[in-house]
Design a protein around this ligand. Sequence first.
Ligand SMILES: [Zn+2]
Length: 699
Amino acid sequence: MSASPIEAIKAKIDIAEEIGQVVRLQKSGKALKGLCPFHNERTPSFYVFPEAQTFRCFGCNEGGDVFSFVQKQQGLEFRDTLHYLAEKAGVTVEDTPGRDPEEERERSALKERLRKLNEDALLWFHQALLRSKEASEARAYVQSRGISSESVLAFSLGYAPESWDGLSRYLLTQGYTERELVQGGLAREREGAIATEGGNGIYDYFRNRLIFPIRDTRGRVIGFGGRALGDGKPKYLNSPQTPLFEKNTVLYAIDMARDAIKQAGQVVIVEGYVDAVIAHQYGTRQTVACIGSAITEKHIQQLKKLTKQVTLALDPDAAGSAATEHGIQEALKGFDKTVVAVPLAGNATTQRRSKNGPASRGMIMLEEQVDAEINVLQLPLGEDPDEVIRRDFSLWLYAVSHPLPLIDYYFVVKTEDLNLREPHGKTEAAKRLLPVIGMMSDRIKRDAYMRKLATMISIDERTLYEELQRVLRNQKTQGVTAAFVDSKTQKQARVGTQETREPTWLNDGKEGNDGGRGGKGEESYTQSTTVTNSTVPYVSIDKSKADKLQWEDYLIGLLLQNPGLSPYVCGIIHDGDFAGTDTRELYHILNVLYQRGSSPSYQSLEQFVPVELQSAVARVQQSVESRSPLDGVGQVKAAVQCATRLKRTRLVQLNTELQYLLREAVDSGDRAGIQQLQQQLIEVHQQLRTIDSATHLQG
Ligand SMILES: [Zn+2]
């Protein structure tokens, strides 16, 4: 069996080299350290471990392999990360198994050609705006909208003249074919005319328009937006769908906003190109524009990688309001139903407070919780963002930093047309708002909004709660409680071939020097400032790594077989706990699907899993099929057990890393560092103990 492309890439790309391109790393023993690119810090807590080919920030807890790093740092989808790294490593990734490789090559050659075409077109448009005589109206328009000449250059704004084939003729002289121009969305075929080489079968797609080049996150031109000058229709015309330009995913200015979004911890989404340009020009560079009228889930998925604070700044006119409402629904789909774990007593803080209260340890409660804050920017009625910015920038800045929480916005919008003093208005308000409130998983927040609604329509809170219960019953179950199962049944539940490998479960500690169980007690953590010549292995790829990966396969296989297992598992682990790159991504996809409420049966799953991961899917399915079948209860037990193993492995690894750093800190006499690391070790140790006592309950 040949190695997967992921393994091939990992073999060829050195994580230290890859990270070294964006983070200044300095040697620190066998590790490297630098300032974390994912959070703001002055002293380095970001480490790269070349031997294990992993990284971890001990400040913000980001960590993983080279895939996780690139994905997070560049804000890419897994698939794009795979192709990006494959290209760098010179590894071929089969794009679509079964598809003709020749066809595949042609397709990527076409894309490459169209990128070049776009670059040439951009230059031509841009020069036209800067120099051509016909562009005077366009230049006047640019000025009237307050766009500075710096912005014109920074955004490479352009002009498409009125003439029918100015751009086409130019591009044909540059060696492009008519067919390519049409494929690239820069020209249209003349009615009835057959495009013949050298013929006159095409005309320009954009005419008499101000041109806004649209780039992808990596800054490559993928299409154009054109605003009509004069009374041309439609007012805004975007590139048609092309191999490069996928309308529903494009965010204008994302390339220029990306870093600012991460820095500001917020993204502001506006509707118009000019709004975005002006926002950048005045310094709110965390702004992007959505192309077309609606925000789609694909937009949100991209942005979610950069920030969890999404501020919608959409035009407050009628169309804008509809778009906002739709945008909000899309946003909710992407964000709202992420399951977040709330370990009750297993939580380190609780333990610190009451060392003798182990009663509910091992109980894990999962709760759906909003994973991002979605806010709506409140602007003066009838004013576009760019107008507000130019008229009163401080007003804009205030609005950006004090947006209205989504639910409050709903309260305003949903009741605007109602008379809340009349019975009908009250009933209607409750009818419209209760489902929204019901979606909130945070009970404290939910109660607050229930009070708000009760006050707003002057109705007894209790009555309102009864009504809410009715609404909730019709909505999806909000929370799931998963208890670790009791010891005897657990043993029986151990599955098929698992039995033979069972000892690894307990061996984890020894391999990784966890110290969390057995002879090595807490002392070995807290006093390990003196452990300079211990036998603690340097952070290394675990000897039983293959074994661990098999557990990951098995867990994913179980989840594929029964998506209903998700809530039992996601309270214990998260994406970052997986050591396998493909299992991590599959887990991520399954979680998203589960939270979205779609059940990934074998058939539909294939729509969501990138083709590059299909072989991994087959592998994990095999992993389950090779074991004896389980009933529902057995599946839950097996899944919980796998997840706990995974978590433990991760913690043990973390412990090893911290021990290593601690020795470094001791060697260099870094007192503050020592203290910090010791604290972190204690926390890891406590988490390990929580897991171990839970496992102990199982037997
Ligand atoms: Zn960090």
